[in-house]
Design a protein around this ligand. Sequence first.
Ligand SMILES: *Cc1c(COP(=O)(O)O)cnc(C)c1O
Length: 345
Amino acid sequence: MIDIKKLIRPNVKVLKPYSSARDEYQGNSDAMVFLDANENPFENGVNRYPDPQQRSVKSLLSEIKGIPQQNILLGNGSDEVLDLIFRAFCEPNEDNIITLPPTYGMYSVLANINAIGIKTVQLSANFQPKVDEILNIADSNSKLLFLCSPNNPTGNSFEAQSIERLIKAFKGVVVIDEAYIDFSKEESWIRRLNEFPNLIVTQTLSKAYGMAGIRLGICYASEGIISVLNRIKPPYNVNELTQQKAIEQLEETKITQQQVQVILEERTVLIDKLSEIDFIFKIYPSDANFVLVKVDDATKRYNQLIEKGIVIRNRTTQPGCENCLRFTVGTPAENEILINTLKSI
Ligand SMILES: *Cc1c(COP(=O)(O)O)cnc(C)c1O
């Protein structure tokens, strides 16, 4: 078994976290008089500091996902959650992380910001992790391994067997980025958190839940890991308006489910229609709300679409994605505009 304590940065291990007014008094009786946080006392909906532990949001998530609240940490988007993970485990100018390109760009951006080395092992031709190569390249300073599944920009999920082998054999923390899990037919790895003390799963309200604008990222992990991240997070990292909107929407799980259903049906229609476009050579299988395709000349097609008012993502510079474009699945009307425009250029 991996001892997580040995992976935590020494300064973080001995850190005394900032104790906010709301940390020191946690009751929330309406009858109380709050004169502890130097707030303006006149009520306007946001004059008070937000709950630093976001208990109402966590309690809803806990119900929806079937994970105890002690195993959940929330952040200002997944990007903040990922940054906290770097700062908890990676010593600047010493440690390194492993990423598997083509993948989400933030892992290497955050590594660079935090002065952490980056080792890369490109995904195989069908965009699966090369398990043996990954384990071989890891050294004693490899603290984090990022697995994005379903993967952005390729759209596919990684084989469960490969993920399990990596979690079991990697000597650091494995972070599975499940930003697109709510579109996937694969089961979330949050179901198996109890088996793996070195596993962190991140999710977000930005994609299936339709709340990219409020910035709410979610981290699921063992209590040990969550308590370390809690010590280093900014005290009020999720603002009051975000918490309120998240609660409002998370109480409407039916709406999210219906929208995901429509998006998945539209993905099938879109793939079907894309296969009729003569300059699209290949459509990669998708387990997410976007589709990666290979075309004759990605930059030319990208510019032609921009001219017609359609913005997509050109991924041609990504390793293994030469001449690839990424289309997000839109509304039925938007997808029809995309297809008609592709037919006309
Ligand atoms: C969109 C996306 C996220 C979401 O990031 P937020 O900061 O929560 O909006 C995370 N990971 C991947 C791979 C994504 O594509």
